[in-house]
Design a protein. Structure first.
Ligand SMILES: NC(=O)c1ccc[n+]([C@@H]2O[C@H](COP(=O)([O-])OP(=O)(O)OC[C@H]3O[C@@H](n4cnc5c(N)ncnc54)[C@H](O)[C@@H]3O)[C@@H](O)[C@H]2O)c1
Ligand SMILES: N[C@H](C(=O)O)[C@H](O)COP(=O)(O)O
Length: 353
């Protein structure tokens, strides 16, 4: 699939009770060049409040410019926040730092709007500001996060069952990438989800997506599930019975997969060294925290979340709604700016199926 690199990029508002609107306002203020051609799919009033929060009470804030259509985003000069009003304005001010169904509804509706616009080809990519999963659930969305919501929107658009549009979460910074076998589920369920099909599908998706970006087969390191990758069966059998056969099947397809490796050391082996290369281009992690802790630990300001397998480009900062600092103006916008940069490079390289 090819993408129109001149098309605008939608940044979804995120949960208005969290730091999403503030980091968006900060990104437009401090990284105007990177944000050219981007617009906010959201609510103008919430963005005005966020712009004021980062400016400080009484200080002049970055103006919000309402646009009529996504295609107007590229016409605006830097020094403003282009907003397309895609939701009804909330009744009254949304309380910051609190979970609410109303805030979850606004956050979710903005993502649905952006997903449909991207699937219709009206925008080049989606960059999602963080939403709160409990608020999303309180609003009645039957998805744990963006990834699953976007998968459902894509499947509906393509007229295919969900299982035929498999997606995976990748977290990446300039030193390390990881792709997860399973995402938002309990640890018990995640252990059950380590299946031959699930690991093999993850390897295929990572191979295809990263191959498009790197221009060669990625070197994929596969983590085990158990301590020391099972220590020869002493600490578990999933490596021998499930993960190793999945790696062998992938290798038979020409995928450069290696492992299973001890989960506590495979990430340091993959991490880029001074020459910019690590032993692996990406690590396949067996569950959410196994993969995300190493990447987030390298710096919440650097990581980018990318959904692999979608027929659209979607990136996101690697952090959440940070209710503890929402409204203070202290939130760091770097990861959002990285997510915009990553979205642009993916639009150019088409890291999608
Ligand atoms: N892309 C997303 O939508 C996304 C990503 C991760 C978490 N979440 C959701 O966000 C909610 C809160 O999650 P959490 O508390 O576990 O993680 P969090 O990332 O919101 O916060 C963890 C810590 O990091 C700090 N922090 C986070 N982002 C920051 C930034 N940009 N600048 C400065 N400090 C920052 C917070 O203040 C907090 O101390 C949950 O509902 C979670 O599911 C959403
Ligand atoms: N798993 C992600 C993280 O911890 O950063 C986060 O929950 C976002 O997930 P979605 O992109 O599916 O909303």
């Amino acid at each position: 699939m090819s993408f129109d690199t001149a098309s605008p990029i939608a940044i979804t508002l995120g949960d208005p009770a969290g730091i999403g609107p503030e980091i968006i306002a900060k990104a437009f203020r401090d990284a105007g060049v990177d944000l050219r051609g981007c617009f906010v799919a959201g609510d103008a009033g919430i963005l005005r409040r966020a712009a004021q929060a980062i400016a400080g009470a009484g200080a002049p804030a970055l103006p919000v410019a309402l646009i009529e259509a996504a295609s107007d985003a590229g016409d605006l000069p830097p020094g403003c926040i282009p907003v397309l009003q895609v939701v009804a304005p909330p009744d009254g001010a949304v309380a910051q730092g609190e979970i609410s169904a109303a805030a979850g509804r606004i956050a979710g509706d903005c993502v649905v709007w952006a997903a449909r616009a991207a699937l219709r080809g009206e925008i080049a990519a989606i960059v999602t500001a963080p939403l709160h999963k409990e608020a999303l659930a309180a609003a009645g969305f039957p998805y744990p996060g963006h990834t699953e919501l976007l998968q459902a929107e894509a499947a509906a658009h393509l007229g295919r069952p969900l299982a035929e549009v498999p997606v995976r979460m990748m977290l990446a910074n300039d030193e390390l990438r990881t792709v997860l076998v399973s995402i938002h589920m309990s640890l018990r369920d995640a252990i059950e989800a380590v299946s031959l099909d699930g690991v093999l599908q993850t390897l295929r998706i990572a191979h295809r997506a990263l191959g498009a970006v790197l221009g060669r087969a990625p070197r994929i390191g596969v983590a085990g599930l158990n301590p020391h990758a099972g220590e020869g069966g002493l600490f578990g059998s999933e490596e021998r019975d499930i993960i190793a056969p999945a790696i062998a099947a992938a290798r038979a397809e020409g995928i450069d997969a290696d492992g299973p490796h001890a989960p506590d050391t495979v990430f340091m082996r993959a991490r880029a060294k001074a020459d910019g290369r690590g032993e692996f281009d990406v690590v396949i992690a067996m569950y959410h925290d196994q993969g995300l802790i190493p990447v987030k630990y390298l710096g919440v300001e650097k990581g980018v979340n990318v959904t692999l397998g979608l027929p659209l480009v979607r990136t996101s900062p690697d952090h959440g709604t940070a209710f503890d600092i929402a409204g203070s103006g202290r939130a760091d916008a770097s990861s959002l700016v990285e997510a915009v940069r990553m979205a642009r490079s993916l639009v150019r390289g088409a890291l999608v199926s």
